[in-house]
Design a protein around this ligand. Structure first.
Ligand SMILES: Nc1ncnc2c1ncn2[C@@H]1O[C@H](COP(=O)(O)OP(=O)(O)OP(=O)(O)O)[C@@H](O)[C@H]1O
Ligand SMILES: [Mg+2]
Length: 374
């Protein structure tokens, strides 16, 4: 193999985290490649060697600076995650996907945009109901941009000591300013909870000012993401700072199908997945993941290669009705509620199978329930 010596030295010093030696061997490799007339490869390597030193320091090569801690509790102010290529999947509505693609391409072309005087501050906030994939989307973006995700939840930054919350915010922003990473402030609305306590109002003002100052001081290479379930609780000035604001909505039927496919893969047929997706109206991606994983666990424990369809349908029904029901009881009001979830799917024969009884019993109980209604 050509240039083995240089390549193994680069690997060695990269893994040991010695940037200077790594850079020296990279220069040697560039010289050799160039002397052999391979201008294209030499240029490619040169671009890598010109990678800013501050960015190299934060690469996955083991010399990652330590995440700062809260000075009182000594708890870490953030968590850091690295993702393998294509390892974080998410199913998004077409409109949302387009916004995410646009955000990613702005980040990827930050230098060119700046050069033409149309640079953007790469910040994005997602909002929407719990379980729709806001946190997952931050991980997905980090995975696509091949950068570590430094996640801080607002409540971990809130300190019980007056003034320390602003200090924590500053420390965290300072930390990411020197890193080639993504800062993610999850559940950013938690800061607004300080408003509940009259004594904390002054602290809230300081926190908002501190957040605004730190966001404004960020350079265009720091990527800032945030997520909230309560966008109306956010300070309007903070809200305005985000270049991209994406409402993550409940998945459509087509999206639910893809999410079931993602989590059930070989454990269910396409036909059944269509049925689940039709039934799982108003359910979040998190609900679908939980139901699917439970069904797979159940199949594995029973030594089966595919999931129990009726059990999964039953879990969807319970999730949608927000209560647990027992098929054996076959209470008339339960039968009616299940039927009303989807009259076209829950016909007599299907209900009979689900409630483990005969079709005639089902129709009798439905009549009984209807008669009992005022
Ligand atoms: N659209 C989706 N596509 C694929 N997986 C999803 C989707 N939505 C949710 N999930 C799955 O559900 C899990 C939980 O979702 P996530 O924590 O991202 O939701 P969230 O919107 O951040 O909720 P919360 O507001 O409670 O923090 C994710 O890890 C992911 O596996
Ligand atoms: Mg979340």
């Amino acid at each position: 193999m050509e240039h083995l010596r240089e390549i193994s030295k680069i690997a060695e010093w990269g893994l040991k985290g010695d940037k200077q030696r790594l850079a020296a061997y990279l220069d040697q490799l560039i010289e050799k490649v160039e002397s052999l007339g391979d201008e294209r490869s030499a240029n490619r390597l040169r671009r890598i060697s010109e990678f800013p030193k501050s960015e190299m320091a934060s690469s996955a090569f083991g010399s990652t600076p330590r995440i700062p801690v809260d000075s009182e509790s000594r708890l870490s102010l953030a968590d850091e995650e690295f993702f393998e290529a294509n390892s974080v999947q998410i199913v998004l509505d077409k409109r949302i996907q387009e916004s995410v693609d646009e955000f990613v391409s702005y980040v990827e072309n930050a230098d060119a945009l700046e050069k033409h005087g149309v640079g953007v501050s790469p910040s994005l906030i997602t909002y929407g109901i719990p379980g729709t994939g806001k946190t997952q989307l931050a991980r997905h973006i980090a995975c696509r941009l091949k950068r570590p995700l430094v996640t801080a939840r607002a409540d971990t930054l809130i300190s019980s000591f007056l003034g320390s919350t602003s200090k924590n915010i500053r420390t965290l922003f300072d930390h990411v300013a020197h890193r080639h990473c993504i800062l993610f402030l999850d559940e950013i609305d938690a800061f607004a909870k300080l408003r509940d306590d009259q004594q904390e109002l002054g602290e809230l003002k300081r926190v908002v000012v501190s957040l605004l100052q730190n966001i404004d001081a960020m350079d265009s290479h720091t990527i800032f993401l945030a997520a909230t379930n309560h966008e109306h609780m956010l300070d309007p000035a903070i809200w305005r700072r985000f270049t991209f604001k994406i409402n993550i909505t409940l998945p459509s039927c087509g999206d639910r199908k893809q999410i079931f496919n993602l989590f059930l893969n070989q454990y269910a047929s396409g036909e059944n997945i269509e049925l689940f997706a039709d039934l799982a109206e108003e359910m979040t991606g998190a609900d679908i993941r939980m139901i699917s994983e439970n069904a797979i666990r159940d199949a594995v424990v029973r030594g089966r290669k595919s999931i129990d369809i009726n059990r999964l349908v039953w879990r969807i029904v319970e999730t949608r009705l927000k209560r647990s029901i027992s098929p054996e009881d076959g209470k008339p009001e339960d039968i009616i509620d299940v039927k009303n979830l989807s009259p076209s799917i829950f016909k007599g024969s299907t209900l009979a199978e689900l409630f483990q009884t005969s079709e005639s019993t089902i129709s009798r109980k439905i009549k009984q329930a209807n008669a009992a209604q005022p």
